[in-house]
Design a protein around this ligand. Structure first.
Ligand SMILES: [Zn+2]
Length: 389
């Protein structure tokens, strides 16, 4: 399957789309020359609804510790609509929502005549997921093992495949238990090379309180402590520094107000439409004071992005990236072949380790020098013997 061009009709609605976009891959050096560990490993972490600037609202020492030891991307442009399922599936497929088919949290497919509803946790219908192949399917096809702790879609059979290890979705399972399972999988006799970790906060509290509410401070501090717990457990297992850890989110959060509400019933006869998704674009009197799902160009909709590990520079910053660029980056880090996607991977933009780059150049220089020396010495030997005879 090839990805759709941006702006095409969502495949959930129309199936007869044409596919064109090819990914642009500019690899830095062949993987045979890579000085990364023999078994490249990645842990992808999502704190749902963690807005990019939350780390500046209260003290977040653990996020700052990760940033000092890795790379932070200031603005990640996620995909529209800025909701949980579309964006989590974009991160693991590199596709826009109209290409991977997960166009909303609540969907109706007129071709299947079936409904996908998050509220009913009616998400295990494979048909809704199979317009794309998520990265764990590709990872396992290439002989590796994946472990998933509650990441959306990882307890669904997609193209006949589950992640090698996964936890059936249950929001009451603690963060600590999820971390413990991942550490087990990374350190087992048949270890995973790729782990996915999902946590529901701070999205839930962001909806209840609104992102600008001072009461969000303790919620953000709690996420920072959870990151601290993850880092300390990875250190205990000797994984911190050895694996690449990417900490990100699906979307941000925007303050909403009943005073800025557009009541749809004043403009459109209710009999003329069916409400399928309660996105912020649909007028329903909000009891909540925070929301997301708005235009993905709005900075308040953007998630956090911090990456730490042997493949990344320390204390570095990149201005921006698209959420679709995460997938080709993950494939590069894991050394697996990406499927066609809407993302781009540029080696010079990839926050690689400086020392690894320098080491590679020294290695290439040494090989070149030795070859030159051998060729000169052969020449000299031949020249010498000709004279002597
Ligand atoms: Zn979300």
């Amino acid at each position: 399957m090839l990805p759709q061009k941006r702006g095409q009709i969502p495949s959930r609605i129309a199936m007869n789309c044409y596919w064109k976009v090819l990914p642009i891959f500019l690899l830095f050096l062949p993987s045979s020359l890579s000085l990364q560990p023999a078994r490249p490993r990645v842990l992808l972490v999502s704190f749902d609804g963690f807005r990019w600037d939350y780390i500046y609202k209260v003290s977040t020492p653990n996020f700052h510790y990760a940033m000092e030891n890795g790379v932070r991307v200031k603005q990640v442009t996620n995909v529209f609509i800025t909701k949980t399922y579309p964006n989590h599936y974009t991160m693991v497929t590199g596709l826009y929502a109209e290409s991977h088919g997960m166009v909303a949290n609540e969907m109706y497919d007129p071709i299947l005549n079936e409904t996908f509803s998050l509220n009913k946790m009616d998400v295990h219908n494979s048909k809704f997921w199979e317009e794309a192949s998520p990265i764990w399917v590709t990872n396992q096809k290439e002989g590796h093992k994946t472990g998933a702790a509650m990441w959306p879609g990882t307890d669904v059979k997609i193209h006949g495949v589950f992640p090698t290890y996964y936890m059936p979705y249950n929001e009451s399972v603690s963060f600590e238990d999820r971390v413990a399972r991942l550490i087990d999988w990374f350190t087992s006799e048949e270890p995973i090379n790729f782990g996915l970790l999902y946590w529901e906060q701070p999205d839930d509290m962001g909806h209840v309180l609104g992102p600008e509410n001072p009461l969000m401070g303790p919620v953000i501090s709690d996420i920072d402590k959870k990151l601290g717990y993850l880092i300390s457990e990875l250190k205990k297992a000797k994984l911190w520094g050895a694996i690449n850890v990417i900490i990100t989110s699906d979307h941000g959060m925007s303050q909403s107000s009943s005073e800025r509400l557009i009541e749809l019933d004043q403009y459109v006869n209710r009999g003329l439409y069916t409400v399928i998704d309660h996105s912020p674009a649909v007028a329903i009197l909000p009891k909540e004071v925070g929301n997301h799902g708005y235009d993905n160009i709005l900075p308040e909709m953007h998630p956090i992005f911090v990456a730490v590990g042997p493949a990344f520079r320390k204390n570095a910053t990149r201005e921006g990236m698209n959420a679709t660029d995460l997938y080709p980056l993950l494939c590069h880090l894991l050394g697996i072949n990406p499927l066609p996607n809407n993302g781009e991977y540029h080696a010079n933009a990839t926050p690689r380790s400086c020392t690894a780059t320098v080491a590679r150049l020294i290695m290439l220089g040494t090989i070149f020098y030795l070859m030159l020396k051998i060729s000169l010495s052969k020449k000299n030997n031949r020249g010498g013997s000709a004279y002597g005879e």
